[in-house]
Design a protein around this ligand. Structure first.
Ligand SMILES: [Zn+2]
Length: 111
């Protein structure tokens, strides 16, 4: 048996990265383009690239911010004692749907 063949020598393919298996690269859910790193840094929860992030604005934005005022005073009390305002960021699925529809329409019209 040849001793050279007995040794495992990984070829170039062994070192090939598989972007589809890596979760660290975020892709736009509309066009599947890579989302700009600066954008991910600015909006950690974004699933849209800069282009579609702008386009979704016309449908109300990627996220909807719901603010709820916390009332700390007792119910019926005349003294209104408002506490902090709690905000919750939720994904605007309706807008995302519209954006995807719009994107698909554009794809067909280009053909
Ligand atoms: Zn996009």
């Amino acid at each position: 048996m040849c001793s050279r063949e007995g040794r495992f020598r990984p070829g170039p393919a062994f070192f090939t990265r598989h972007p589809e298996l890596e979760d660290c690269t975020r892709r736009c859910i509309v066009c599947k383009c890579e989302i700009e790193a600066e954008r991910v840094e600015a909006i950690a929860a974004t699933r849209l690239c800069a282009k579609h992030g702008r386009e979704i604005e016309q449908y109300g934005g990627e996220f909807t911010l719901t603010a709820a005022q916390e009332r700390t005073s007792k119910q019926g009390s005349l003294k209104l004692n408002y506490g902090g305002i709690s905000t919750a960021l939720s994904r605007n699925n309706e807008a995302l749907g519209k954006l995807l529809d719009e994107y698909e329409r554009q794809q067909y019209s280009n053909e």
